[in-house]
Design a binder for this molecule. Sequence first.
Ligand code: ADE
Ligand code: ZN
Length: 336
Amino acid sequence: MTDIAALVARLPKAELHLHIEGSLEPELMFELARRNGVAIPYASVEEIRAAYDFSNLQDFLDIYYVGMNVLQTEQDFYDLTRAYLERAHADTVRHVEIFFDPQGHTDRGIAFETVMAGITRALDHAKAEWGMTHKLILCFLRHLSEEAAFETLEQAVPHLGRIDGVGLDSSEMGHPPSKFARVFAKAGELGLKRVAHAGEEGPPEYVYEALDILKIDRLDHGNRALEDASLVKRLADAQMTLTVCPLSNLRLCGIEKLEDHPLKRMLSQGLRATCNSDDPAYFGGYVNDNYVRTAEAIGLDAGEIIELARNSFRGSFLEPAEIDRRLAEIDAAIAG
Ligand code: ADE
Ligand code: ZN
């Protein structure tokens, strides 16, 4: 193990940008397809992996929405979430803030309750077993209408004790944050945190809309904010957390090679950047792989790697006392 890999492995961290449906590994997809008698357009696990060759976000999303068809029962959602949490635990992740896409399930006849029950049972199990804490973030699919998002929020109301925030994901171009102004305002009134994918493929203007119109508490990706110096200054001054996903950016061709990734530049410009896996089953690495491969490609030093781990807790939706406790665990891990 390299020095960087050893440091990353030892550091307690939070993962703040993880789509649970994007953690569906080909092996589990195959098993669930068989278990549920669902047809998938692949003959083998190798064929599934070979299909994961994307040129942009939409290429990936087309495959991602087909993959999730195998998820049918409460047990399927439990198995999916449990498998991710085991990977996260092995990566010294102590806190997770997980996205889920209910419309990807309810639109094919799976009850909202089934999705919630399976995911929360696995989260509760990880808390009891390892003390791993969690938050759950319901994402609206932005290629669908705001009316559909309102219907989903309505379905979530009986579950608000288990849902901490709303997010905005799926096809960014042509679906600006402003399209969801009213439903985000309603989510705010319900006491939910607000996050949104912006600046992954979309222009800096979409980041401004996420800040000014959606009133986000955290920015998912945000890479293209770097094109606008005054926006960078605003994000840095506000200490807005960016949930950056380097291997995702590479696989979706936001960058040509990992050596071009702007994570070091983000930190040096005072942005509160974090390092996350996005859809690890599709993009070739869980959180520690994202840290290590990026650090090696762009030359992050130990201080920068530790800062990313600290930022992951600072940018979480944990209570301040809990954040302090986790930051102290980082200090202990470094000292030890
Ligand atoms: N849904 C799952 N992963 C996504 C991503 N990286 N961007 C937008 N929507 C997503
Ligand atoms: Zn994402």
